[in-house]
Design a protein around this ligand. Structure first.
Ligand code: ATP
Ligand code: MG
Length: 557
């Protein structure tokens, strides 16, 4: 179930380390990784990179990957996030089998280890306030100052630690700290806090604990308990590695190798659960699964396939320097994959009424349309054609500019799968806007070719008015106008456009949520969960490359 070898990432330095460790038999030939999300929000596409790397490496070398919730921060964590994370990892196509763990499962063991370090003189209870701890810590250029509690007898620290645990002291009044080196050039080694007092209810352990371990004291030991071999995390943890190693060495327990790689950043996109939570809370989006969100839930609702996300992630480098990936690369992978699997349909988003004056009134015929030119097995379907049709407003210009080859007065074009039509006249409303056009068709061109060999320069799509299904279509642009967005500034006011007058071919009347199609010439679309029977709602997943839009843009620049 985990990714097939063809999904395996191209080689990278993490993979090379694993290969070397296998060669030297460092972990007895084992490869055991983990994906360790904190359940304080929904996963985003940055997490997908980490998931693909961790599960991908293990799968390639016959190893295992655990899913572990790093749930040491009860104030920000919730069951809803736990559930969504599991759902998203599965959707991406990965399976942790029976290896679902929680750091909170280890609270008892972590506490026993903390006591052991106190007894060994390697940890102490400190009565400094958070503010004082910060002050005593020093700076990058100045050493820190030792806490006055640093040399407190182990017995006293053990007693205080027990009472901290039992809830005797208020939040923030004491901490348990590792006794390392206040002069270390690495600030993380200056007697870091291991436990803090926090009277908060935990989503799994309830009120059992009044103290919670810090990330650095929980993470490595959790890896160790689970027998992890390669603990892969992002670059910001590089400076924490000496501490990761220190705890494991002092405790004398299984010692995984921490390896740091670059975080995924994407243009026009914020990848931080904290910032994404702000977008949700401030109502800038409809929720964590808003199709504009870079969350797995959002990307999924928008219509991207898990394969396309895996292909994108596996195409990324894994390196030691953070960079920024172009959003276009993600869109490319989404298009590539949907091109292979999405059935083609005709839909008109901004309808313009067309009357074919020489087509018999009341007549309907069926033309044959190809479901997917990329997949002959997808077959064909019948599409009704009649006297009154809709075409895109964009496919008609009363005064066509140069290089505009679609319909205009006197011009002949092909209606996809149907006939050649020529525009003969237009109808305008009081304000002079074209509201209807009239055409004639050439019955000899049925199927889209003229027996006399005459050519047309353009083929446009259409929907028969009498048979059309009304639909809502939601078009998306980037959430931010800035390539490198800053918090919730730079929001794009035009990130969502809702079209409610759309006309679909009748085959789409009974579409189910999450079905994906290519609407010819418009892009890839996915039925939203808001779809009701007979009332389709579609999200545009990604547009096709539009040659005319490019020409027009070039003209303006
Ligand atoms: P965020 O800031 O979005 O909350 P995080 O790193 O705090 O990210 P965690 O839940 O702790 O989120 O992350 C779980 C794993 O995913 C970690 O190993 C982390 O390094 C990795 N990860 C998080 N963001 C990215 C990213 N943008 N690119 C690659 N890996 C990431
Ligand atoms: Mg975090």
């Amino acid at each position: 179930m985990n990714p097939s070898p063809s999904d395996a990432p191209r080689t990278n330095f993490v993979r090379e380390i694993v290969l070397e460790d296998l060669k030297t038999n460092k972990y007895g030939g084992r490869v055991h990784t983990r994906f360790p999300p904190e359940p304080n929000g929904y996963l985003h596409i940055g997490h997908a990179k980490s998931i693909c790397l961790n599960f991908g490496l293990a799968a390639e070398f016959g190893g295992k990957t655990n899913l572990r919730f790093d749930d040491t921060n009860p104030e920000k964590e919730e069951q809803e996030y736990v559930d969504s994370i599991m759902d998203n990892v599965r959707w991406l196509g990965f399976d942790w089998e029976d290896r679902l763990f929680y750091a909170s499962d280890y609270f008892g063991q972590l506490y026993a280890w903390a006591q052991q370090l106190v007894r060994d003189g390697k940890a102490y209870v400190c009565d400094l306030s958070a503010e004082e701890v910060r002050k005593y810590r020093g700076t990058l250029t100045e050493p820190g100052i030792e806490s006055p509690y640093r040399n407190r007898p182990a017995e006293e620290s053990l007693d205080l630690l027990e009472r901290m645990r039992n809830g005797e002291f208020p939040d923030g009044s004491r901490t348990l700290r590792a006794r390392i080196d206040m002069a270390s050039p690495n600030l993380n080694m200056r007697d870091p806090v291991m436990y803090r007092i926090l009277h908060a209810e935990h989503h799994r352990t309830g009120n059992a604990w009044s103290i919670y371990p810090m990330y650095d004291f929980a993470h490595g030991q959790s890896d160790s308990i689970e027998g992890i071999t390669h603990s892969i995390c992002t670059l910001e943890f590089e400076d924490h590695r000496p501490l990761y190693d220190w705890f494991l060495e002092q405790l004398g327990i299984h010692h995984p190798q921490q390896i740091e790689f670059d975080r995924l950043n994407i243009t026009y996109t914020l990848l931080s659960k904290r910032k994404l939570l702000q977008l949700v809370e401030q109502g800038h989006v409809r929720g964590w699964d808003d199709p504009r969100m870079p969350t797995i839930s959002g990307i999924r609702r928008r219509g991207c396939t898990p394969e396309s996300i895996r292909n994108f992630c596996n195409s990324l480098g894994v390196s030691k320097t953070n960079g920024v990936i172009e959003l276009r690369l993600l869109e490319h992978h989404v298009r590539e994959d949907l091109n292979k699997r999405a059935l083609r349909m005709m839909a008109v988003l901004r309808p313009l009424r067309v009357v074919i004056d020489n087509y018999p009134e009341g007549q309907t015929e069926e033309v044959e349309a190809i479901n997917n030119p990329e997949d002959a097995a997808a077959g064909t379907r019948k599409v009704p054609f009649s006297r009154v049709l809709y075409i895109e407003q964009d496919d008609f210009r009363e005064d066509p500019p140069k290089q505009y080859y679609r319909l205009s007065p006197g011009r002949e074009v092909r209606l996809r799968y149907a006939y050649f039509v020529t525009c003969t006249s237009v109808v305008k409303d009081a304000s002079g806007d074209v509201i209807e056009i009239h055409c004639t068709y050439d019955p000899a061109t049925r199927g889209g070719n003229a027996p006399d060999g005459r050519r047309v320069k353009s083929t446009i799509h259409w929907v028969s008015a009498a048979n059309a299904v009304d639909a809502e279509v939601r078009l998306y642009d980037t959430l931010f106008t800035h390539e490198d967005p800053n918090e919730c500034d730079d929001l794009n006011p035009a990130s969502l456009e809702v079209l409610t007058q759309c006309k679909l071919e009748p085959a789409l009347a009974h579409v189910s949520p999450m079905e994906r199609y290519q609407f010819e010439r418009l892009g890839y679309f996915c039925a939203d969960p808001d779809t009701a029977p007979g009332k389709p709602v579609f999200n545009r997943t990604v547009a096709l490359k539009d040659t005319w839009a490019k020409i027009e843009k070039r003209g303006k620049n």
